[in-house]
Ligand binder design. Structure first.
Ligand code: UD1
Ligand code: CA
Length: 450
């Protein structure tokens, strides 16, 4: 028995009032369609067939070669959309799982249960529903006295009695493939000029099949954002799920309501995440850290026992035992080695800071390579940009940069050298040398102490 999957993603999503297709709006940092792909991953025997239409290229670019694509030229409804996948799948699978890309909270476990329920019965279609308080425009599930589903009625065409039904259609189905292809040809045109996939349920019931529905326990699984209010509701549920997962994995989250962790982030045990912290992109955080409050980490690798307070890190690498903040900014290519300490108002870009180096107060380090155990005095600046090009600064081990040192790049400072307060260093400084003044001149050689 082979099973394939179709995910519908061709609609514009007019209710979002957006230039972007609805399914590319993000939850926890990933497009809704990405979440829909995750849910079916591992359940089907071939790459999911994504039905695309409105801004198809943008949707394809977001998913890449993880899916096969069927183009629905005109968006004539969900039944019409499923039919677009027929040329790719007909004869290739016995059963077809159909889901919608705008149902990003559906769990893989629910789809597993749906497939099992389908396989336990004889109907060519098995559906999924939930009992809820808010209709949010969903189709109503009509059942007969025996409890079998006889139809799904769309809100726009429902009678007042049908509108009062509070069992709603989720839009996840398992079909016998051969029956599905023929049923799609028999869907009538709706009063709104669309071919509704929901009508196949009525066709099956009319043929005498007993259609079963998997009723979800958690109505949150079925939040399908049709507008941005629903999107915010879905984001909240997704955020809670992600936070809950990390808490169960051994991460302390002091205030889950103000902790925003995107889907791909990884966090080590016994790390504490403080309020108003945003962990985004491909961020990895080690164990025993103290992250936040008020901290944003994007696409960065953070070691063990790291403390970050009120800081922003973007595409940075931070080794074990680093402490930082408040108010530091690590930009692209900042690499801090073990035990580095940044105090307040430190900015680092495209630079390496060696083991144990300290930079306590308001400094800018760009395009620099800095050795170990360097003291970067308050107000130190790498003057790395001459208006056209960026130039490098190299600083050796155990250098002491006095307060307010200006390093006019390109420039090198040898091991153990010292700059006086306010020095403007325009020429290379050899090792073991004290320089002072503007521009900085050699004052004396330093005695080596061992
Ligand atoms: C649909 C269901 C409704 C269900 C609800 C919940 C139908 C007719 N209605 O309504 O019963 O309660 O989902 O999920 O199926 N799409 C296409 N091509 C089209 C039209 C839509 O690919 O021609 C895609 C959209 O991109 C979207 C999905 O199908 O991912 C659903 O479309 P949408 O317009 O949001 O349907 P609903 O009104 O929510
Ligand atoms: Ca929808």
């Amino acid at each position: 028995m082979t099973i394939a999957s179709i995910i519908l993603a061709a609609g514009e999503g007019t209710r979002m009032r957006s230039k972007m297709p609805k399914v590319l709006h993000k939850l926890a940092g990933k497009p809704m369609v990405w979440h829909a792909m995750q849910a079916v991953r591992g359940l089907v025997d071939s790459p999911p067939v994504l039905v695309v239409g409105f801004r198809a290229d943008a949707v394809k670019a977001a998913i890449g070669d993880q899916a096969a694509y069927a183009l629905q030229h005109e968006q004539l409804g969900t039944g019409h959309a499923v039919a677009a996948a027929r040329p790719i799948l007909e004869g290739k699978a016995d059963q077809i799982l159909v889901t919608f890309a705008d149902m990003p909270l559906l769990k893989k476990t629910s789809l597993v249960d749906l497939i099992a329920l389908h396989r336990s019965g004889k109907s060519p279609v098995t559906m999924m529903s939930f009992i809820g308080e808010e209709a949010r425009g969903f189709g109503r599930v009509v059942r007969d006295e025996a409890g079998h589903v006889t139809a799904i009625v769309e809100q726009v065409v429902a009678t007042p009695e049908q509108l009062a039904i509070c069992e709603y259609n989720v839009s996840a189905y398992c079909f016998e493939a051969a029956w599905l292809w023929s049923a799609l040809e028999r869907i009538p045109l709706s009063p709104k000029g669309e071919y509704y996939l929901t009508d196949v349920v009525e066709l099956a019931a009319a043929e005498g099949f007993k259609v079963a529905s998997l009723v979800l326990d958690d109505p949150d699984d079925a939040i399908g954002p049709n507008n941005r209010v629903h999107l915010a509701m879905a984001e909240k549920v997704m955020r809670w799920r992600i936070n809950q997962n990390w808490m169960l994995e051994g991460v302390t989250i002091v205030d889950p309501d103000t902790t925003y962790i995107e889907s791909d982030v990884v966090i080590g045990r016994d790390t504490v995440i403080h309020p108003n912290t945003h962990l985004r992109g491909k961020t990895v955080i080690g164990e025993d850290g103290q992250i936040g409050p008020d901290t944003t980490v994007i696409d960065s690798q953070i070691g063990n026992r790291v403390e970050l307070i009120s800081s922003v890190l973007e595409s940075a690498q931070v080794a074990d035992d680093v402490t930082m903040g408040p108010f530091c900014h690590l930009r692209k290519g900042a690499i801090l080695d073990q035990g580095v300490h940044l105090g307040n108002f430190a900015e680092v870009k495209d630079s390496y800071l060696g083991v144990g180096t300290k930079m306590g107060h308001f400094s800018y380090i760009g395009n620099a390579t800095i050795g170990r155990d360097v003291n970067i005095g308050a107000g130190t600046i790498t003057c790395n940009y001459d208006g056209e090009k960026k130039h490098p600064t190299e600083i050796g081990d155990e250098v002491f940069l006095g307060s307010d040192t200006m390093l006019v790049a390109p420039v090198k400072i040898g091991d153990r050298s010292i700059t006086g307060a306010g020095a403007v260093v325009t020429h290379d400084v050899p090792p073991d040398t004290l320089v002072i003044g503007v521009p900085a001149k050699e004052k004396c050689k330093l005695e080596k102490s061992d």
